[in-house]
Design a binder for this molecule. Sequence first.
Ligand SMILES: CC(C)(COP(=O)(O)OP(=O)(O)OC[C@H]1O[C@@H](n2cnc3c(N)ncnc32)[C@H](O)[C@@H]1OP(=O)(O)O)[C@@H](O)C(=O)NCCC(=O)NCCS
Length: 371
Amino acid sequence: MRFPEDVPALTDGTVTLRAHTSADIKPAFDVCQDPVMQQWTTIPVPYEWQHAEQYLTEFIPSGWRDGSSWGWAIEYDGRYAGTIDLRPGAGGVGEIGFGLAPWARSNGVMTRAVKLTLGYAFDQGWERVIWRAYVGNWGSRRVAWKSGFRNLVMAPAHGVARGVRKDEWIASITRDDDPEPQGHWWSVPVLEADGVRLREFRSTDAKRVAEACSDERTQMWLAGLPSPYTLDAAESFIESRQEIRASGEGVTWVIVDPDTDELLGNVSVFDLRNRIDQTMGEIGYWAHPDARGRGVMSKAVGLVIRHAFTPVEDGGLGRRRLALFAAEGNTASMHVAEVNGFTEVGVERSASPTRDGRFLDTHCFDLLRTD
Ligand SMILES: CC(C)(COP(=O)(O)OP(=O)(O)OC[C@H]1O[C@@H](n2cnc3c(N)ncnc32)[C@H](O)[C@@H]1OP(=O)(O)O)[C@@H](O)C(=O)NCCC(=O)NCCS
């Protein structure tokens, strides 16, 4: 192909992909000063003028000429906003890469650009497009999810940036796939009742998480928790909440005091991708010791039940049935279930492991939307 004459302009009316020009060097140089851009891509750091110049006047044009990569400038709101490229590979499988100026982010620009390039790649006969990002690049992962990439896996140390190995997420889409989200990426709306507020976890909640999960009673009834439960464990727990909701597996709220924003407990709905029944969910919780005995958890679970039974199109989890389990002797937990209308439907014998190697009976509760 000739550059720039043969570079196809692609547009959906809001975002336009076009050949780069020398006028893009300055804004491209500016984008690459962004620490977020430097963190998640392989661009040189420090990023100098000559890097931008070489990339736009040598690397991109030669990619079009020899067919090794197709890079477009993203134009949005009448100006250069970033770059997206396709790198063809063997067997009709190629990769996509992208970066956007901070001012243009969170407007759906990259999702539009990705969809335009996917259409082009498949028109050119590609079978599959692969997306890769370093683990933790949630903005990029969300773009990939919104554009229909699927079957995401984590490949340890698969990536490398400036000599440092990084864990990578990898997902792909084929020409026969619908370029739309697969599965849910749940939101964590604020839920409120008198005396309790439920919100998304923040890293600043870690200290109170560690306190709550080190507590003797929490440790006794939740035998799967790390022991001792360190601040590191609390930080990992909080970080892992994003994966749980992005993968559609569940939603976790921190229960806080509405006046002080201090953590009172945790409540989750999980198993939302249950292999046989994707209309069910399981509720789990723990309370900080200083928040116990005043109905905090009962209120919080009530709010979560309402959200879980709300249809997906109204912002809820669209559940038909909720399950809840409590080990023999955990009367406080069974009380929370009962005051929220759950029915005890049976006992699983010797199903709850304890820390000292015993197995207690598990009381099984459920609640139907129609109850
Ligand atoms: C990744 C990037 C291209 C996204 O571009 P964008 O135009 O903002 O993407 P979109 O607006 O289409 O979608 C981004 C979504 O991710 C969300 N998001 C952004 N950062 C996030 C974060 N840290 N955690 C969770 N969600 C995040 C946005 O809110 C938006 O969500 P929405 O769809 O609900 O509005 C841009 O952030 C970027 O250039 N980052 C630096 C370079 C980079 O990471 N490139 C990809 C390397 S694999």
